[in-house]
Design a binder for this molecule. Sequence first.
Ligand SMILES: Cc1cc2nc3c(=O)[nH]c(=O)nc-3n(C[C@H](O)[C@H](O)[C@H](O)COP(=O)(O)OP(=O)(O)OC[C@H]3O[C@@H](n4cnc5c(N)ncnc54)[C@H](O)[C@@H]3O)c2cc1C
Length: 456
Amino acid sequence: MLWLDTPGRPEQGEPLAGDTTADLVVVGAGFTGLWAALQAAEDRPDLDVLLIEAGSVAGEASGRNGGFVSSSLTHGIQNGVERFGADLGAIGAAASANFDGLLGSVRRHGIDAGLRVDGALQVADRPWQLPALRDTADLLAAHGERVTWLDGPELRAQIDSPTYLGGLWQHTGEALVDPARLAWGLADACRRLGVRIAEGTRLTGLERHGAGVLVRTDRGSVRCGAVVLGTNAFHSPVRAVNRRVVPVFDHVLATEPLSPAQREAIGWWSGQGVSDSANQFHYYRMTDGGPDGGPRILWGGYDAVFHTGGRIRPEYYDNPATTRKLAEHFFATFPQLEGLAFTHRWGGVIDTSTRFSVGFGTALDGRVAWAVGYTGLGVGASRFGARVCLDLLYRPDSEVLGLSLVRKGLLPFPPEPLRSVGIQLTRRAIARADERDGRRGAWLRLLDSLGLGFDS
Ligand SMILES: Cc1cc2nc3c(=O)[nH]c(=O)nc-3n(C[C@H](O)[C@H](O)[C@H](O)COP(=O)(O)OP(=O)(O)OC[C@H]3O[C@@H](n4cnc5c(N)ncnc54)[C@H](O)[C@@H]3O)c2cc1C
């Protein structure tokens, strides 16, 4: 894995050593858990915070993603309009505050995460994608983002792909990071503020204990006052969580470092992340040339692979068929780079929800709070997810709890076997829509009308 297999990767920390106590237990050392622990320690330095992680810090989605930091809390502006229309102004304000807060924290804690705040490009490579992309540009501008529309030649002056027909450059609210370095830096910042981090420690159960919670793990138990769960789509002791997210595998490639001549051939010197505009889209970016020995191109997305039954198995992280397809698409986009080798390929778990954006809940009479469902756009939104969990536990009068994004719960997926059948049907329908110039068939239109969907 590009981000994780670097000389700077910290050794996995010690597990929990037997039974203990804490004020707050945070479960999961991905971005949700790390931001929850950090913000809790910053809010209340007296709070005794223990973070437990089944594997290692950033070992799952948070260390395997594309590193696109988006301010959007709604999985993009279109999805936000469709699902939260009237409340979008307030959600947008919370989103901007969250994005600024994230950048501020990275700088305040001196985290060297290769941060680049150069915006993002969304490109059309088929004529049918242009009108919707123009609508997106208008919507973003109407909601206060700084956006430039680029016609084909203007876009190709930014990055030269013969497939590009036009696109939008969102200058504000979009950044890039090395996600593993961000997560490791957050963990260090947590430790400096007194947070204990127990790695290799799996949560196995939660139960009421007096006015608090007994947290059971495979390494001992913890008596505590409250719990935050940031466990993505991994099996949760809270049944409501398991019903509201499904694990979808997303796959990524990274090239060998580009020579100056190869960079010149595609004219890519700018620092935006890029995504294309089909339903099955690719996202790609140049790495920062840090410890990964870049600049390389990271290229991911397209297939959103759901394994029938919804299990997470080690063999699912490597998917040769999907990565072969990704490689073909790469060279179709950048034929000038024919012969460039891919040195890394990996996969990760996406916690897909029916509304594509994070949702929240509590369990054990409000002593446990959870945030899941980012659906592939959680690098930025996870900080907000963590904030909401802490407010659910400690600040019931907080303004963010009034946002419809927080108040409206995630609709559950149907039980198996309906769940797997429905998801596979939807995946095929999405692929067909792309083949038919974006025209959505009856099944997708039905899901749209019910406010349900499937995405990566
Ligand atoms: C390939 C890929 C590309 C992506 N690209 C982007 C992108 O460019 N931009 C973006 O915004 N988002 C992206 N995402 C999504 C983003 O990575 C996630 O939304 C985000 O990292 C979620 O963070 P998290 O902390 O909720 O989950 P995770 O990082 O998965 O952390 C959850 C942690 O909980 C731990 N855990 C689970 N169960 C237990 C248990 N019982 N006991 C103890 N610990 C447990 C896991 O081991 C894991 O470390 C991508 C995701 C993938 C997989």
